[in-house]
Write a protein that binds this ligand. Structure first.
Ligand SMILES: *[C@@H]1O[C@H](CO)[C@@H](O)[C@H](O)[C@H]1NC(C)=O
Ligand SMILES: *[C@@H]1O[C@H](CO)[C@@H](O)[C@H](O)[C@H]1NC(C)=O
Ligand SMILES: *[C@@H]1O[C@H](CO)[C@@H](O)[C@H](O)[C@H]1NC(C)=O
Ligand SMILES: *[C@@H]1O[C@H](CO)[C@@H](O)[C@H](O)[C@H]1NC(C)=O
Ligand SMILES: *[C@@H]1O[C@H](CO)[C@@H](O)[C@H](O)[C@H]1NC(C)=O
Ligand SMILES: *[C@@H]1O[C@H](CO)[C@@H](O)[C@H](O)[C@H]1NC(C)=O
Ligand SMILES: *[C@@H]1O[C@H](CO)[C@@H](O)[C@H](O)[C@H]1NC(C)=O
Ligand SMILES: *[C@@H]1O[C@H](CO)[C@@H](O)[C@H](O)[C@H]1NC(C)=O
Ligand SMILES: *[C@@H]1O[C@H](CO)[C@@H](O)[C@H](O)[C@H]1NC(C)=O
Ligand SMILES: *[C@@H]1O[C@H](CO)[C@@H](O)[C@H](O)[C@H]1NC(C)=O
Ligand SMILES: *[C@@H]1O[C@H](CO)[C@@H](O)[C@H](O)[C@H]1NC(C)=O
Ligand SMILES: *[C@@H]1O[C@H](CO)[C@@H](O)[C@H](O)[C@H]1NC(C)=O
Length: 644
């Protein structure tokens, strides 16, 4: 593979003419705003909160045209396993309970390539198109989800999946070999390192210089450019259509430039409401944040009171009360209602903002100088010099600048807003968009492969703990979240991350039920663990092996017999959790396998497997404040010379 790259690249101009096709396609376009254009949409607060009309129309279209059949397919897969399900499961999923369907969403955490692949393996386990998952009785849940959120490594997954037209996971990972290699989806190319694709250091330098050349049009058009724009062009080669291993080094191609996040609305599965609504999450890196809400002791750099930013294909903004406003994605880059910018919302840029971890290395000059960030920002600033710009974050022209936003948004007086990795505030599982009350989700599958252990790459609930603290301390009325333990030691002691755990089963609040499926430890089948690492470049065979092992981890469930490899009831138990809130609305009591499953998989406030003794509720358990996450405060994911 690399031999091909090396050979190909020597015959191609590395420093192409100043205006390569990718450079032109990456340059924002400025023009008059359309008639009636509104830059900022006030999203309201839970009492009067609204979704964008486009999103509301998408969800409504999905609910009427797609989800009834999706739930039927899932139910048919479940029934084919001959599990003895209580009648209410079939009635709800079959559409025979007065239209009471589950309102289901999936969140895919950050954690670099590990998270991209862990999330993908779990989605495979939920995908009706995967014959193993269909036979197991779990395939079909992916098709039935309303929302799919992704952060950092998980944003690479969710972003690439949405723009590639929602292909099956095997095609997402390895590409669509039958299609046009310059336009179609060519796979993640995880075998090619993201910052250093070559074994030759000179060629790696030339590669970075090529990426910088591709963003020079944006710079010369008067827009600030940063490390994230460089990342964007690399992301374009890994997570956007048009690049294969064979054409990777051909700098005459677009490599994803000009592919816009807003234009994902035009891919066929989106136009037919056939994919879960994709949302990418970043944090706001602000000079005006309240640093006393920063989780101490770790590598976090964004205080929890800063708005969590979401980027969906229609809008960028936040439902947090500290912003509660959105700007149209298609006009990202626009700062007033007369001059409109388009072509700024490049997929690589938006996905990159969710995973821009580079700011973590800028704690001191010596740390920065010794990091992988330094040669890139140095080369960037040497070629495209800028002053008064933080070069190592993602920088977006600020649409929320102005008198109207003063007092509502900390950066109302900044001309640029900066974004950092979605996990920079300690919340690596992108739950916040799925907790927005106007979205009305009642069941969330939280997929977590973030690193919570000090020296190993296993997850132990740190993000859930931090979400719990953020909501209970800062946003108790904006969001509801079910009780979870207050420290990672407790997650570890109770094995809550080494097997699926349900939170909020008996909560009397409006909190959704959270199904937590984490990368908490090796698979039970005794295979050599593959998911406790941070891979930099992963061969195709290794990628397949990781996807297969994650599938096994997702499928093992929580066996009652300690020596068993899998819980034969797990697919049924998962269905019991998915329908549980809808069950409650129909006034039906839990029964049959669901009664025992919900007892076994639910965390009731003290331990797993006991009947609930309290009503749960967001205030029923005592909370500790900042820093309660214990081990979770340790670095999220170490990076060895690569992007997240
Ligand atoms: C929502 O309600 C709040 C408080 O009642 C009010 O300040 C705000 O203007 C309202 N927002 C919208 C978008 O209606
Ligand atoms: C389910 O039961 C049917 C009828 O007895 C049988 O043909 C089928 O093989 C069973 N399926 C499974 C997965 O056990
Ligand atoms: C990417 O390519 C796939 C085919 O591999 C196609 O279905 C999809 O529409 C393309 N996406 C975009 C944004 O052009
Ligand atoms: C590295 O690549 C450059 C061309 O970009 C070439 O001149 C040099 O010989 C290569 N070095 C090695 C060790 O292959
Ligand atoms: C979708 O395609 C139509 C027709 O080509 C075009 O007019 C529209 O601008 C596109 N939408 C987006 C969001 O790119
Ligand atoms: C900053 O956060 C702390 C902790 O929540 C709070 O006590 C303080 O009032 C906040 N300061 C400002 C200016 O909002
Ligand atoms: C609107 O923004 C553009 C930059 O995109 C700027 O050139 C122009 O002066 C602004 N117009 C007003 C009225 O502020
Ligand atoms: C970028 O270069 C300019 C000089 O061209 C310098 O003033 C500025 O400080 C540099 N920025 C960074 C972040 O090094
Ligand atoms: C490092 O951070 C400081 C403080 O935010 C900022 O002024 C500086 O520009 C950053 N350096 C780079 C290379 O972005
Ligand atoms: C973690 O939480 C448990 C249960 O609340 C508590 O007993 C324990 O002391 C806590 N451990 C740490 C390290 O904070
Ligand atoms: C529904 O949930 C509420 C709140 O937990 C509970 O009080 C009620 O008993 C439940 N109803 C049924 C039928 O399970
Ligand atoms: C289903 O997923 C498993 C595990 O990743 C994989 O081995 C298998 O090839 C997939 N099947 C299909 C049809 O995609």
């Amino acid at each position: 593979m690399l031999a091909t790259l090396l050979a190909a690249s020597t015959s191609l101009p590395l420093l192409a003419a100043a205006q390569s096709a990718a450079n032109l396609a990456y340059t924002p376009v400025t023009g008059a705003c359309p008639a009636g254009f509104t830059l900022v949409r006030q999203a309201g607060t839970p009492g009067n909160q609204t979704l964008s009309p486009d999103e509301a129309a998408y969800i409504s279209g999905r609910k009427s045209n797609v989800l009834p059949n999706a739930w039927k397919t899932y139910l048919a897969n479940l029934q084919a396993t001959n599990a003895t399900l209580p009648a209410y499961v079939s009635s709800i999923l079959g559409g025979e309970s007065n239209g009471e369907y589950p309102n289901f969403g999936i969140a895919c955490s950050g954690g670099g390539w590990r998270a991209t692949m862990f999330g993908a393996g779990v989605l495979n386990f939920l995908d009706a198109r995967n014959t193993s998952a269909a036979t197991l009785g779990t395939g079909g849940l992916l098709q039935a989800a309303q929302y799919l959120s992704g952060l950092s490594g998980g944003a690479n997954l969710v972003g690439s999946l949405a723009q590639a037209d929602f292909p099956p996971i095997e095609i997402l990972a390895f590409g669509d070999n039958s299609a046009d290699p310059t336009n179609a989806w060519g796979g993640w190319l995880a075998q090619i390192n993201q910052q250093d694709p070559y074994t030759n250091a000179t060629m790696n330098d030339e590669y970075i210089q090529e990426l910088i050349e591709e963003i020079s049009g944006k710079y010369h058009a008067g827009f600030a450019v940063s490390y994230n724009d460089v990342t964007s062009r690399d992301n374009g080669r890994h997570f956007v259509n048009g690049t294969t291993a064979d054409n990777f080094a051909d700098n005459t191609l677009l490599h994803g430039a000009g592919y816009l996040w807003s234009a994902v609305a035009n891919v066929s599965t989106f136009a037919s409401y056939s994919q879960p609504f994709p949302i990418l999450v970043a944090t706001l890196l602000s000079p005006n944040g309240n640093m006393s809400t920063l989780i101490p002791g770790g590598t976090f750099i964004v205080p929890q009171s800063n708005p969590i930013m979401e980027m969906n294909v229609y809008e960028m903004g936040s439902y947090d009360p500290t912003l509660a406003a959105f700007a149209p994605m298609k006009y990202l880059g626009t700062t007033n209602e007369s001059v409109c910018v388009t072509n700024y919302d490049q997929i690589g840029t938006v996905v990159g903002a969710s995973g821009d971890w580079n700011t973590i290395y800028n704690t001191s000059e010596s740390t920065l100088v010794n990091s992988y960030v330094y040669p890139v920002v140095t080369a960037l600033n040497a070629t495209l010099p800028q002053t008064n710009i933080v070069l190592d974050s993602a920088v977006f022209a600020n649409p929320f600048n102005g008198a109207a936003m003063k007092g509502q948004f900390i950066d109302a007086e900044e001309s640029i807003i900066m974004m950092s990795d979605g996990a920079s505030d300690g919340e690596a599982v992108p739950l916040q968009p799925l907790l927005v009350k106007a979205r009305g989700l009642d069941t969330i599958l939280a997929v977590d492969s973030n690193q919570d252990y000090a020296t190993e790459y296993w997850s132990a609930g740190g993000s859930l703990i931090n979400v719990q603290n953020r909501i209970s301390t800062l946003f108790p009325t904006a969001y509801s979240f079910p009780p979870v333990p207050t420290n990672t030691s407790e997650f570890i002691a109770q094995n809550l991350s080494t097997r699926p755990s349900f939170f909020g089963c008996d909560s009397s609040t409006e909190a959704p039920l959270v199904i937590y499926l984490a990368n908490g430890g090796p698979p039970r089948n005794g295979q050599t663990p593959l998911t406790n690492q941070q891979p930099g470049n992963v061969s195709l065979a290794e990628t397949q092996a990781i996807l297969d092992q994650v599938y096994d981890i997702a499928a093992q469930g929580y066996p009652t017999d300690a020596t068993a490899l899998t819980d034969p009831e797990w697919p049924a138990c998962l269905a019991c959790a998915v329908v549980d809130r809808a069950r409650n609305r129909t006034g039906t009591e839990r029964s049959g396998v669901c009664a025992t499953c919900m007892t076994r998989y639910c965390w009731d406030g003290s331990t797993l497997g006991l009947e609930a003794t309290t009503t749960g509720g967001a205030s029923a358990l005592s909370r500790s404040g900042w820093g309660a996450a214990g081990l979770a405060a340790v670095s999220l994911f170490a990076v060895v010379g690569g992007y997240l």
